[in-house]
Write a protein that binds this ligand. Structure first.
Ligand SMILES: Nc1ncnc2c1ncn2[C@@H]1O[C@H](COP(=O)(O)OP(=O)(O)OP(=O)(O)O)[C@@H](O)[C@H]1O
Length: 664
């Protein structure tokens, strides 16, 4: 069984191809938006009352904590477990027990991890236990908050899944909190890609399990598929075929989603598809024929590449032309007009939209997808509906076999199945409405523990990439000479190569971190904050990575982050910004862009023509920076629409494709 990323051929990512469906979407959007708006207003109205309640609780907790130092370890453990038991019986609104419980947890953290949670962190723990979305600035210690909240919930009798974006973070965060869990005698499970079935079953059965969103949702899909099969087959036949595959997940009780915006918003654009067996319709011959045919089509004349919607639109003339060109076909998918045109669009996407080292890597004659949000390779994930094979054909790799879809779910539907759901992120402001409308999660923002000392330097826009790289090298040289470490954030592996070439030719030494060399990730990150270090990284270094400053770096102004291009989503840019000036440390940030960056494709050509003619003056550069920010906003809105329509189609096709039963 393998896991698929749907291609643009999948109906839900291309709503414009389905006009009737579009109409339903618009009708429902108005009603939903109104309901969501009213609910959201009500939640906002009660926020100050909730805030007062929680802060009062913390004052009590702080007072209690001072007396806990004299408790022996056994006594501390017994009292913490007992307080959890009382809350389980009385509910989380028992104020006196809750204050004591938070104070006890804080003491456990001090003794086992050497970290005394700041008041804002305890506030965060309480907010998570209430099933809300916690907005806490980058670097403020969310890992500790999630760990303590998970321990607290487990002591209150809930089975908790702490969900994070990648295997590295799942394993690292579980390791981080393990001493506290061991102290409280709570078993801790970790599920990563390599985990065997037996390990998964064991880990999910633990009171607290750290896992990635991907593994969790696919395990859930596999369980659901299995329980469907169980429903269809007689007990005897079922046990013969499925005896080795016991159910993995014991129930969806409480999920705490770290980097919630990435998991529940960004990744929600892509439904998860489980596939099995071979799709015999789109065979190698069809792939070859369509790929060769589309090579002779002319951009602009036969088709238009739409970067905003990430699709290709065939012109009327081209549609007529294909009729004639394929008139001789007597069987197969190319016989049917609709399927033929979709395959042609797919092939054009393979040729013109998907780029090596940006969207995928070619390694050992295999095409591996790069996750655009995390910058990581997603091994074993493939695009569906023949797109993967088309890209393999384009890259001269042996063609793999297209698979048939057997089950599908979106993150929106999956996470809503939990009895209780909470999340955390440093960057949720722009998507707070979406969280409320889709997941019913209200956002609660906590202040920073210490004032933020980040310096934002004025950015610059250049006419060409070459100018941008030249300026970058000059700037990096200056900072490097001062001794401060620099982190250069780039968007793709392809861009890393360009930066590296420029830095190398200037005689600068640097480390790189990207999808193709992620095995050294921990080592690279651990050195990135040392004196004189230069690190070039894709957005792999953007989330969850804590870059510790080396000795003496504080006095040099801390870590300096340079972003070399805007991402499609502003939140990802802010994550990169959040690598510097953490926990009250010094640090600075600046951004360099060029009018050859992918986002510039969304700027009106007239402006670009004028710039080409008259050059980029200081004022024009400022205006270009504004236009690039606006283009990013436009893309964000487009992605939000895609997610909205995906959720709707998921509802309408739910009975057919996704599974509604819980694997219990
Ligand atoms: N109460 C505390 N006292 C001292 N140090 C702390 C405390 N809480 C967390 N830290 C430290 O702060 C650093 C940042 O923590 P962490 O990586 O959890 O932040 P984060 O909010 O998850 O950041 P990001 O949003 O970038 O993922 C870590 O080195 C962590 O050990």
């Amino acid at each position: 069984m393998s896991e698929h990323i749907p291609s643009i051929l999948d109906r839900d990512t291309l709503p414009e191809l389905v006009p009737a469906y579009e109409k339903t979407r618009r009708e429902r959007t108005a009603i939903d938006a109104l309901a969501g708006f009213l609910e959201g207003r009500l939640a906002r109205l009660f926020r100050p009352i909730y805030q007062r309640k929680i802060r009062g609780l913390l004052v009590h907790a702080e007072a209690i904590r001072e007396d806990l130092g004299s408790l022996g370890d056994d006594e501390l453990r017994a009292q913490t477990r007992e307080a959890g038991g009382v809350l389980r019986r009385n509910g989380l609104s028992d104020k006196a027990t809750m204050s004591r419980f938070l104070a006890l947890l804080s003491e456990v953290s001090t003794r086992t991890l050497g970290l005394t949670p700041h008041p804002v962190q305890l506030e965060g723990v309480r907010v998570l236990l209430d099933g809300k979305l916690l907005e806490m600035a980058t670097g403020e210690g969310k890992t500790l908050v999630a760990g303590l909240a998970a321990a607290a919930a487990a002591l209150c009798g809930m089975r908790v899944h702490v969900v994070t974006v990648n295997d590295y973070l799942a394993a690292r965060d579980a390791d981080y909190i393990k001493p506290a869990m061991d102290f409280l005698r709570l078993s801790l499970g970790v599920v990563v890609k390599e985990s065997s079935l037996a390990r998964r079953i064991e880990a999910y059965a633990c009171p607290v399990c750290y896992c990635t969103n991907n593994e969790l949702a696919f395990d859930y899909l596999k369980d659901s598929l299995q329980s469907q099969a169980q429903g269809r087959l007689s007990e005897r036949v079922f046990s013969r075929f499925y005896q080795k595959s016991a159910r993995r997940i014991k129930g969806l009780e409480f999920a705490i989603v770290d980097e919630a915006d990435s998991v529940m918003v960004d990744e929600a654009r892509t439904p998860l598809i489980l596939s099995e067996g071979i799709d015999r319709v789109i065979d190698d011959e069809v792939i070859e024929r369509v790929m060769v045919y589309t090579q002779q089509l002319e951009p602009g004349e036969d088709f238009i590449v739409d970067h905003l919607r990430w699709s290709v639109v065939l012109t009327d003339a081209c549609q007529q032309k294909t009729e004639g060109d394929f008139a001789q076909v007597t069987d197969g998918p190319l016989l049917l007009k609709v399927l033929r045109q979709e395959l042609i669009i797919q092939a054009l996407c393979a040729h013109y939209l998907y780029k090596p080292n940006e969207h995928y890597l070619v390694r050992d004659e295999k095409v591996e997808i790069i996750d655009e949000y995390t910058g990581r390779v997603m091994p074993d994930r493939v695009w569906s509906a023949g797109l993967h094979q088309m890209i393999e054909y384009k890259e001269h790799c042996p063609l793999t076999e297209p698979r048939l879809t057997v089950a599908r779910i979106t993150y929106q539907r999956f996470f809503r199945r939990y009895r209780k759901l909470a999340g955390m992120s440093g960057t949720v402001a722009e998507v707070s409405n979406e969280f409320w409308n889709v997941y019913g999660l209200a956002v609660y923002k906590v202040p920073t523990h210490k004032p933020c000392a980040r310096k934002i330097l004025p950015g610059q826009v250049f006419q060409s990439k070459t100018q941008k790289w030249q300026h970058l090298v000059r700037r990096v040289k200056d900072i490097h000479n001062s001794g401060a470490p620099v982190l250069i954030g780039v968007r793709s592996v392809a861009a890393i190569e360009e930066v590296c070439e420029s830095l190398s030719s200037a005689g600068l030494h640097f480390e790189t971190l990207h999808a193709a060399n992620d095995e050294h990730e921990a080592e690279t990150i651990s050195k990135a904050g040392q004196r004189g270090k230069i690190t070039v990284a894709t957005n792999m270094a953007g989330r969850g990575t804590d870059i510790a400053l080396g000795p003496g770096v504080d006095a040099l102004g801390g870590l300096h982050v340079i972003m070399t291009e805007r991402h499609d989503s502003g939140r990802i840019d802010r994550q990169l910004k959040g690598r510097c000036a953490r926990q009250g440390n010094p640090g600075s940030f600046e951004i360099y862009q060029s009018l050859e960056d992918p986002l510039a494709r969304l700027i009106k050509p007239r402006f670009l023509l004028n710039i080409a003619r008259f050059g980029l003056t200081k004022n024009a550069s400022r205006f270009a920076s504004y236009l690039l920010a606006k283009a990013q906003l436009k893309l964000e809105r487009q992605h939000s629409k895609t997610r909205e329509s995906l959720l709707r189609s998921d509802h309408s096709e739910g009975d057919l494709l996704a599974f509604s039963g819980e694997p219990e």
